[in-house]
Design a protein. Structure first.
Ligand code: PLP
Length: 387
C-alpha cells in the first residue's frame, strides 16, 4: 500500500485547524501574550470542582446511562425551558455529549446523506464545515459582512439554497466575530427554514455570554423545536473546558439517531463531569460575575484597538474582538505570523474561519486586563510600521 493510501480520503484533505497552529507556535516561544485560543482564563467555580472531587471520593467511577444521568438531563431541560420557553422531555429529547464538539459531529452524522448540502455562514467556527464534510456533506459558505453586523438574513440564505440543501448550521453569539442574531433576523431565518423544509443545527455555546442585548434562541420560534438540534454546554459559560461536557436537544427521532452513534463511539460522557455539570446548573451567580468581567475586558480590547487606528466591529457576545487589519496591507496570515515573531502576541488570522474572515484577526479577550493592555501596546508598536 502506498504511503498516501494509508490515510483515508477524508482525513487527507481535512486542513489542520488554523487555531491550533498558532497555539502550538506560541507555546514553543517564551514571553508570548496569547489572545489566540478561545478559552476562559478562569478556573471552573470551586463548587463545581468540589462536586467532581466528592464524586471521586465516593467512588462514582462507573459508566452512566448512554444518554447521561437522568438528574443532569432533567436539570438541562429545566434550564433550557427557563431560557427559551421550550419544554424538552428528559427521557427522549436530550442527551449528554462530550463537549459541543461531539454534539456537532454526531448531529451531522445522524442527519447527513452523501452529497447533502449544509449552509455555513462565513466566517464560521472551524468545526462546522469540517464536521459536515466528515459526515459526507458539502459545506456551502454563506458570506456575512461587517456592514450587516455579520448577520444572516432570509435574502442572503436564499442565494445559496439548492435542491440539495438539508441543513443550516449556525452559531450565535458567534465565534469569531462576537455577533449575535437579533430576534427579527431569527424570524427571517425561521421563515427560510420552514419554507424550504430544512433543519437547523444551532450551536448556542456562548448564549450566556452577551453584553447588553440578550441571546434569542431559534427554538423559541413557533414549531422550530421540531426542526432544530440545539447544542449547548459548560465549557465557556462555566469555564469548564477540560471537563468536556455539553448537551444536545431536539426532536425524538434525531436525538435517538444521534444517541445511537454516541452509544458506539463514546458510550457516555465522563461520570465525574456529569456530576460537576449538575452542580454548575444549580445557580448562575458565578456566570454573572464572569460576564461582568468579560464586559470590562471587551471594552478595553475594543477601545484599545480602535484608538490604535483599526476599525473594530462591536462584539455583542462570546469573548472575541474581530478587527479589520486591512489598512496594514498585510494578509491576516502575514499579520498574525509577523505579530507573533516580532512582538510575541498570538492572535488567530481571520482566514482560519473561512474566506470571509480575510483581512481580520481574532483577538480573544478572555484574559487579564493587564495582559490585554500589554498586548495592545505591542500591537500598536507593530501597527506603526504600517500606518
Ligand atoms: N462551538 C463553538 C462556537 C466554539 O467556539 C467551541 C470552542 O471553542 C465549541 C463549539 C466547542 O466547545 P466544547 O468545548 O463544548 O467542545
Amino acid at each position: 500500500m502506498s504511503d498516501k493510501d494509508r490515510i483515508s480520503q477524508f482525513a487527507r484533505v481535512l486542513k489542520p485547524s488554523g487555531i491550533r497552529k498558532y497555539f502550538d507556535l506560541a507555546q514553543s516561544m517564551s514571553g508570548v501574550i496569547s489572545l489566540g485560543v478561545g478559552e476562559p482564563d478562569y478556573t471552573s467555580p470551586w463548587r463545581v470542582r468540589q462536586a467532581a472531587i466528592k464524586s471521586l471520593e465516593m467512588g462514582q467511577t462507573a459508566y452512566t446511562s448512554n444518554s447521561g444521568m437522568l438528574e443532569l438531563r432533567k436539570s438541562v431541560c429545566k434550564k433550557t425551558e427557563e431560557e427559551t420557553g421550550i419544554c424538552y422531555d428528559p427521557y427522549s429529547e436530550v442527551f449528554i455529549t462530550v463537549g459541543v464538539s461531539e454534539g456537532l459531529d454526531t448531529a451531522f452524522r445522524a442527519m447527513i446523506n452523501p452529497g447533502d448540502e449544509v449552509l455555513v455562514p462565513d466566517p464560521h467556527y472551524v468545526s462546522y464545515d469540517a464536521c459536515a464534510f466528515l459526515a459526507g456533506g458539502t459545506p456551502i459558505y454563506v458570506p456575512t459582512v461587517e456592514q450587516d453586523n455579520f448577520e444572516i438574513s432570509y435574502d442572503l440564505l436564499k442565494k445559496y439554497l439548492s435542491p440539495k440543501t438539508k441543513l443550516l448550521v449556525m452559531g450565535y453569539p458567534a465565534n469569531p466575530t462576537g455577533a449575535i442574531l437579533p430576534k427579527a433576523k431569527v424570524e427571517e431565518v425561521t421563515r427560510f427554514v420552514k419554507e424550504n423544509d430544512i433543519f437547523v443545527i444551532s450551536d448556542e455555546i456562548y448564549s450566556k455570554l452577551t453584553y447588553g442585548q440578550k441571546h434569542y434562541s431559534i427554538v423559541s420560534q413557533p414549531d422550530m423545536k421540531e426542526r432544530t438540534i440545539l447544542l449547548n454546554g459548560f465549557s465557556k459559560a462555566y469555564a469548564m473546558t477540560g471537563f468536556r461536557i455539553a448537551y444536545a436537544l431536539g426532536p425524538k427521532d434525531i436525538i435517538a439517531a444521534m444517541a445511537k452513534i454516541h452509544q458506539y463511539t463514546i458510550m457516555c460522557a465522563p461520570t465525574m463531569s456529569q456530576i460537576a455539570a449538575i452542580e454548575a446548573l444549580r445557580q448562575d451567580d458565578d456566570v454573572a460575575t464572569m460576564v461582568d468581567d468579560y464586559n470590562r475586558r471587551r471594552n478595553v480590547m475594543v477601545s484599545g484597538l480602535r484608538s490604535i487606528g483599526f476599525s473594530c466591529f462591536e462584539p455583542k457576545g462570546a469573548f472575541y474582538a474581530f478587527p479589520s487589519i486591512a489598512k496594514t496591507g498585510l494578509s491576516s496570515e502575514e499579520f498574525a505570523e509577523k505579530l507573533l515573531m516580532e512582538e510575541r502576541v498570538a492572535v488567530v488570522p481571520g482566514e482560519a474561519f473561512g474566506q470571509s474572515g480575510a483581512g481580520h484577526i481574532r483577538c480573544c479577550y478572555a484574559t487579564a486586563i493587564s495582559q490585554i493592555e500589554e498586548a495592545l501596546m505591542r500591537i500598536e508598536h507593530f501597527a506603526r510600521k504600517y500606518f
